[in-house]
Design a protein around this ligand. Structure first.
Ligand code: BEZ
Length: 170
């Protein structure tokens, strides 16, 4: 038995997990937003950065990547991801669509509204200005956004929210 992990954020360009296969995958009725605060990666507790979570929006689609983690690595991978995503994220199972292997039930991490680091919606310019001044132990908040935007473009994925914020930052 293997574990499928669906990535929509940094895991796309920096997986840092062992995997035997990776495919482009779509989560229907979900969309990425920079609505989650980051105290431990792209900001600090005093000055949180803005990072992605998935929000349920009917009719939208989130195009990401799904990774197949081999049985022998599942337990270590879950510990690693639980730690990496500890700032307000929760495990969630999603059904995602791939061309290569059809529908896959995959684990992802979502920061639900009202978790302790939640920032919520703001205008695009406000979000971009916030990201421009944020830095944390994993690096600058701008790098987080532009690395994802570059990775999506390389995969020919257009995401309007990411493109708008990246465009304001470039
Ligand atoms: C993500 O960045 O999309 C992600 C990170 C860890 C687990 C699942 C998804």
């Amino acid at each position: 038995m293997s574990l499928w992990v669906f990535g929509y954020g940094s895991i796309i360009w920096r997986p840092d997990i062992p995997y035997t296969a990776a495919y482009r995958a779509t989560a229907a009725n979900w969309s990425r937003r920079f609505w989650q605060g980051s105290h431990d990666h792209r900001g600090t507790a005093d000055s949180p950065g803005r990072v992605l979570t998935l929000v349920p929006i009917k009719g939208e689609r989130c195009e990401g990547r799904v990774f197949e983690v081999p049985d022998s690595a599942i337990s270590a991978t879950l510990s690693l991801l639980d730690y990496r995503e500890k700032n307000g994220y929760e495990r969630q199972q999603l059904c995602v669509e791939t061309v290569e292997v059809g529908t896959v039930e995959a684990l992802t991490y979502i920061a639900p509204e009202h978790n302790e680091a939640w920032l919520g919606d703001a205008g695009s310019q406000v979000i971009a200005d916030h990201i421009r001044k944020s830095h944390g132990p994993s690096g600058s908040n701008i790098d987080y956004v532009l690395s994802l935007h570059d990775a999506l473009l390389a995969d020919n994925i257009h995401d309007a929210h990411i493109a708008e914020i990246a465009g304001l930052l470039r």
